[in-house]
Design a protein around this ligand. Structure first.
Ligand code: C2E
Ligand code: MG
Ligand code: MG
Ligand code: MG
Length: 300
C-alpha cells in the first residue's frame, strides 16, 4: 500500500504536459496518457479480476480457475461519478506498461491478495474450494519482496496454500538467473504449486523442468489453434505429452475453442483444458454462479 501511494505521488508530481506541444507523435501521446491513467488506477479501485475455468478433459468438470486481471477504465467521454461509462481493458494492453514502470509489483500483490480474499469469501458462502491459478510476471517474480508478500497474504487471508497455484512463463524463469531456484523452492515449500505458462513459446532450455519444482505445464494456444489442420502441431503436442508423462507433469491445453481440438487433446492424453469452448473468463459473480453448480455449457 505504501508502494501504491508512492506511485500516486509520483503521478501527481508529473506535470510534463509541454511534451504534447512539442510534437510528440500520437502513439506516444496515447501511451503517455494510458500510463498516467494507470498510475492512479489501483487507488481508484479500477482493477478487477475475472476467472476462467480449467476443466478435466475426461469429465468436463471444473478443475481450477485462472485469475485474469482487467482494468475498468473510465471511458474518454465519461462524465465521472458512479454511473460513468467505463471500458474493460485487457491485460495485454497494460501489463507491459506496469512491467516497465514497476507498478506490476503493487498491482501484482493486489491480484494475489484479492484472489485469496475472493476464494475465502466463496468458501464462507459454502461454495466448493477450487484451486486458483494466479499469473506472475517476470519483474514481479524477480522482486525481492515476493516470497514475503505471499507469506503475509496467506497469513492474513487464511487461505489454504494448496488452493493457490502460480503461473510463470519460461522466459520469466530464464531472466531471473541464480535466484530462480531459491524463489521457486520457497513458494513450493509454502505448499503452493507452480506451472509453466505459454509452454513452447519462450526462449528456454528444457533442463529447467528437471531442476525446478514445477508440477504442470500449459501448452500455448499457438499449438492448439490449428491442431485439426496441422500435423506439425499434432506432433508438437504429442512430443510435449510424452515429455510431460515421463517427467510426471500434468498438462493444460490453452485456448481450446472447438470440439475437434478438445477430442484430439483428450485422445493424446491431455488431462486438462481451458478455452472458450468451455467458458470465457468470468466476472466474480458469474464465477460464483458456476461454482454453485450450474453445469459448464458448451460455448458459454
Ligand atoms: P495467459 O496467462 O496465457 O492467459 C490466457 C489468455 O488466453 C487470457 O487472455 C484468456 O482470456 C485467453 N483465452 C482463454 N481461452 C481462450 C480461447 O479459447 N481463445 C482465445 N483466443 N483466447 C483465450 P487475457 O485475459 O487477455 O490475458 C492475457 C495475458 O495477460 C495472460 O496470458 C497473462 O500472461 C497476462 N495476465 C493476465 N492477468 C494477469 C495478472 O494478474 N498478472 C500478470 N502478471 N499477468 C496477467
Ligand atoms: Mg496464465
Ligand atoms: Mg498462457
Ligand atoms: Mg499468454
Amino acid at each position: 500500500h505504501a508502494d501504491a501511494a508512492m506511485y500516486h505521488a509520483k503521478a501527481l508530481g508529473r506535470n510534463n504536459y509541454q511534451f504534447f506541444d512539442q510534437g510528440m507523435n500520437q502513439a506516444a501521446a496515447r501511451r503517455f496518457e494510458l500510463e498516467s491513467n494507470l498510475r492512479g488506477a489501483l487507488l481508484r479501485s479500477e482493477f478487477e479480476l475475472h476467472y476462467q475455468p480449467i476443466i478435466c478433459t475426461a469429465t468436463r468438470r471444473l478443475h481450477a480457475l485462472e485469475v485474469l486481471l482487467r482494468w475498468r477504465r473510465r471511458s474518454e467521454g465519461g462524465a465521472g461519478g458512479a454511473d460513468a461509462n467505463t471500458v474493460l481493458v485487457g491485460p495485454d494492453e497494460f501489463i507491459p506498461i506496469l512491467e516497465e514502470n514497476g507498478m506490476i509489483v503493487p498491482v501484482g500483490e493486489w491480484v494475489i491478495r484479492t484472489a485469496c480474499e475472493q476464494s475465502m469469501a466463496w468458501q464462507r458462502q459454502g461454495l466448493p474450494a477450487v484451486p486458483l491459478a494466479i499469473n506472475l510476471s517476470a519483474r514481479q517474480f524477480m522482486h525481492d519482496g515476493l516470497v514475503e508478500s505471499i507469506r503475509r497474504i496467506v497469513g492474513e487471508t487464511g487461505i489454504d496454500p494448496a488452493l493457490v497455484e502460480f503461473e510463470i512463463t519460461e522466459t520469466a524463469l530464464m531472466q531471473h538467473g541464480g535466484q530462480t531456484l531459491d524463489t521457486l523452492r520457497q513458494i513450493n515449500d509454502m505448499g503452493m504449486r507452480l506451472s509453466i505458462d505459454d509452454f513452447g513459446t519462450g526462449y528456454s532450455s528444457l533442463a529447467y523442468l528437471k531442476r525446478f519444482p514445477v508440477r504442470k505445464i500449459k501448452i500455448d494456444r499457438a499449438f492448439v489453434r490449428e491442431l485439426e489442420a496441422s500435423s506439425e502441431d499434432r506432433a508438437i503436442v504429442a512430443a510435449v505429452m510424452a515429455l510431460a508423462n515421463s517427467l510426471q507433469l500434468s498438462v493444460v491445453a490453452e485456448g481450446v475453442e472447438t470440439e475437434g481440438q478438445y477430442q484430439l487433446l483428450g485422445g493424446q492424453g491431455c488431462q486438462l483444458a481451458q478455452g472458450y469452448l468451455f467458458a470465457r473468463p468470468l466476472p466474480a459473480g458469474e464465477a460464483a454462479r458456476l461454482l454453485r453448480g450450474s453445469a459448464l455449457q458448451q460455448g458459454a
